[in-house]
Design a protein around this ligand. Structure first.
Ligand code: KG4
Ligand code: ZN
Length: 403
C-alpha cells in the first residue's frame, strides 16, 4: 500500500510518499522545506509566520513528493462547484491554499494511494491546521481517507524501522517492555510501551524541554536558532581541547536538576537560568563559551542517562528507543551506547536513521503503517482537528479497543 504523509506541526513543512509492504517501507518521495532561517531572527519559532510559510510551500512540496513517486500524471479534470466551495470554506484562513489545491486536482490524476497520514498534534495549532486542512481538502478531492497521527508517536516509531539502504527501512524485531525517551524542542518524555501501541507516559519535563534548553542556552551565548547542533559542536571542541575539564581552572559548574528526585520527571529551566547567571555582566571568551557549552551538555546528559537507565532497570526494559530532534546529538548517542555496553549489555537500543531525528513526514507515514500492521483502524473523523497538547497516552491500542 502507498501512504501519502504530511507534517506541519512546527517549522518544517514535509510531504512523503511511502510504499509499505510486509515489514518493509520504501520512501518513494520525500520533500521537506525548513523554515529555520526565517525563524532564526526571532530566536525561536513564531507561530503566525510558521503557518503562513506552511501554506505557501505545501502544494509545491506535495507535487515534488508525488512526482518523485511517479504519481504526478497530467490530466485535465474539473472540480464540482460544491466541492470547490467546501474546500474554500475549509481553507479560508490559509490564503491561496484552496486555489492551489483545486489547481493541483484539475491538472493531475488522482494518485494511487491508500490514504493520507497527517500530524494533528502535539505542536503549534496554527501550523498544524495548515496540514490538516490540506489533508481534508485532498480527502474530499481524491476521495481518500485520512489517518490522524500523533507527532510524538511518530518520534517513537521513527526509531523502530532500521535503514537498510537509501530510502529502504525494515521493521526491527522488538522485545518488550520497550521504553522511549522522547527529546525534542517541545517535549521531554519517558514513555513505557508494554506491548505494541500501548503507551504510558511515566515522566515528562515540568518546564522547558531539552531542545528548548539547548536553544535558550545558545541564545544566551549569542548563537542562532536552533541551538542544539551549535552548542553540541562547541562542547565537542571543548572536549578535544580539554577546555572545561575537571583540571581546568575555568571549569563552570552547573546543576543537575532533579537528578535524585524519585520519579521520572525532568526540569531544565533552572539549568538555563544557571547558565544565564554564569554569564551575567561578563563577556565570555571563546574558550569560556566552549567550556560552558561542554558543562551544559554534560549536565543534560547526566540527567537524561540517570533517569532513563533508572527506568530501564525498574521496569525490566528490553528495548530502549531514543527519538526527537535532540536524539540527533552524537555525544548523546555515544553516552547512551557506553552505559548500555557497560551496564545493560542485553538491552536492545535504537535511534532514528539520519534525517529522521528532527521533524519529518516519513515518520508520520511510518506510524500510520505500523498502526495498520497492528490492526488499528484509521483515525479518520469529520471532527479531525489540531490538538496542540495531544498526548501519546491516548494513542493506546487498549484505549480504542475499549472505546
Ligand atoms: O523534533 P524536533 O525537530 O522538533 C520538535 O518537535 O520540537 O526537535 C528540534 C529540537 C531543537 O530544539 C534543536 O535545537 C534540537 O532539537 N536539536 C539538537 C540537535 N539537533 C537538533 N539538540 C542537541 N543536539 C543536536 N545535535
Ligand atoms: Zn518533533
Amino acid at each position: 500500500m502507498k501512504i501519502l504523509s504530511i507534517e506541519t506541526s512546527c517549522d518544517e513543512t514535509a510531504v512523503s510518499v511511502l510504499e509499505c509492504s510486509g515489514t518493509t517501507i520504501t520512501v518513494l518521495g520525500n520533500a521537506l522545506s525548513s523554515q529555520i532561517e526565517l525563524h532564526a531572527q526571532y530566536g525561536g519559532v513564531f507561530p503566525a509566520l510558521a503557518k503562513r510559510e506552511h501554506a505557501k510551500k505545501i502544494v509545491s512540496l506535495l507535487k515534488e513528493a508525488l512526482s518523485a513517486a511517479s504519481l504526478l500524471k497530467e490530466t485535465n479534470q474539473s472540480v464540482e462547484i460544491k466541492v470547490k466551495q467546501e474546500i474554500e470554506e475549509l481553507c479560508t484562513h490559509e490564503q491561496g491554499l484552496a486555489a492551489d489545491l483545486v489547481t493541483l486536482y484539475e491538472q493531475f490524476e488522482t494518485p494511487n494511494i491508500a490514504h493520507i497520514a497527517i500530524t494533528t498534534g502535539p505542536g503549534l495549532e496554527p501550523a498544524l491546521w495548515v496540514g490538516i486542512n490540506t489533508a481534508k481538502a485532498l480527502s474530499l478531492l481524491w476521495q481518500k481517507p485520512i489517518d490522524a497521527i500523533n507527532h510524538m508517536e511518530g518520534h517513537v516509531l521513527s526509531a523502530v524501522f532500521q535503514e537498510k539502504s537509501e530510502n529502504e527501512f525494515v521493521l526491527k524485531e522488538l522485545t518488550y517492555p520497550l521504553l522511549a525517551l522522547l527529546i525534542s524542542g517541545g517535549h521531554t518524555e519517558l514513555v513505557l510501551v508494554e506491548q505494541p501501541l500501548s503507551y504510558k507516559k511515566i515522566g515528562a519535563t515540568r518546564d522547558d524541554a531539552v531542545g528548548e534548553a539547548f536553544d535558550k542556552v545558545a541564545r544566551i551565548l549569542g548563537l542562532p536558532y536552533p541551538g542544539g547542533p551549535k552548542i553540541s559542536a562547541l562542547a565537542k571542541e571543548a572536549r578535544e581541547q580539554s577546555l572545561g575539564s575537571a583540571q581546568d581552572e575555568n571549569k563552570f559548574s552547573l546543576p543537575r536538576p532533579m537528578l535524585h528526585s524519585k520519579d521520572y520527571d525532568f526540569s531544565f529551566s533552572g539549568l538555563k537560568t544557571a547558565v544565564l547567571y554564569a554569564t551575567k555582566n561578563k563577556e565570555l571568551t571563546d574558550r569560556e563559551k566552549k567550556a560552558l557549552a561542554r558543562e551544559f551538555e554534560d549536565a543534560v546528559m547526566e540527567v537524561l542517562l540517570t533517569k532513563t537507565f533508572g527506568a530501564v532497570e525498574e521496569f525490566g526494559v528490553q528495548t530502549l528507543v531514543v527519538g526527537g530532534g535532540v536524539s540527533a546529538n552524537m555525544y548523546l548517542r555515544e553516552q547512551f551506547e557506553k552505559v548500555r555496553f557497560e551496564k545493560f549489555p542485553h538491552l536492545a537500543m535504537s535511534f532514528p536513521a539520519k534525517d529522521l531525528s528532527t521533524d519529518n513526514s516519513v515518520m508520520i507515514g511510518m506510524t500510520s503503517y505500523y498502526r495498520h500492521l497492528h490492526g488499528a483502524p484509521l483515525q479518520d473523523s469529520p471532527e479531525t482537528h489540531a490538538d496542540g497538547n495531544r498526548s501519546i497516552d491516548k494513542e493506546s491500542l487498549m484505549s480504542w479497543q475499549k472505546a
